[in-house]
Design a protein around this ligand. Sequence first.
Ligand code: DGY
Length: 334
Amino acid sequence: MSARRRVWVTQPVFPDVVDRLRDHFDVAAADAVTAYTPAQVADGLRDVDGALVGVTDRIDASAIAGANRLKAIANIGVGYNNLDIAALSAAGVAVTNTPDVLTETTADFAWTLLLAAARRVTEAERWLRDGHWTDWSFERLLGRDLHGSTLGILGMGRIGRAVARRALGFGMRVLYHNRSRLDAAVERECSARWVGKDELLAASDHLVLVVPYGPGTHHAIGAPELARMKSTAVLVNIARGGVVDDAALADALQKGRLAAAGLDVYENEPAVHPALLACRNVVLTPHIASASEATRRAMVSLAVDNLIAALGEGPQAHRPPNLVNADSLLARGT
Ligand code: DGY
């Protein structure tokens, strides 16, 4: 029987990158995209030392109850609300994520959605493909300008700041709200001004959401917040489903209390609220904000580095570059 340690790769991801794990471990890699049941996750984790997981794989206390060998989970994603960090820390399981490598690609995509929603691009294309274009009308498919308008950003971490920097090219005024105010130098670099959340909602012509999801940000944008926004505003969510109350958003879009929205994430994804699917003034994409070839490869590569290091191998042994829960090491006694 092999004495090598074992890792589980839960989803098919760039086999040439994942192969680097084979220099150190026996690897069981999924060959098909899988929506695991809790029992399947528990089964997959039972006899492994580490796992490389995607942001749709949910791992909680019950998933690791029988995982006596498990020492590390490398999440391929910057957001890790799929993982119960408290339970993993208590069990001495190190958790890592993939920040930085996706910042610019994800910020690009916020602008993709914002431009598409404000200028009604997908709606216009649907109309054209459906054969309606028989004449040219001056007043057809009128959208909202970005240049000269006010951009609001909720959540001013790395991605929020990258979104803000791009606003300069559009000549926009940038407001942001964050739990803590940025250093004056960073505010200057992003040409952004901190405001309270209510002011952000009321003053933004376009509002981009980039906050992490957790109990404190559940339905950060619900019916009361939507009511404070301009009826001409465009809302973009590249953060996480659950930050927005999807039913309340669909209602506001249908009743003309909000001009348009661009969404990459949803409360119950991959299921999308039927009322959103029925709205013509919303651009919907399937959680692809970080999905450029180069960035997705870089994310997997970083997650592989993290897993190798967290399991005590390679040049960064025991010093994974993106450890999320330093307290797991205490629980482990290392
Ligand atoms: C992340 O990294 O959190 C994205 O949502 C998945 O690419």
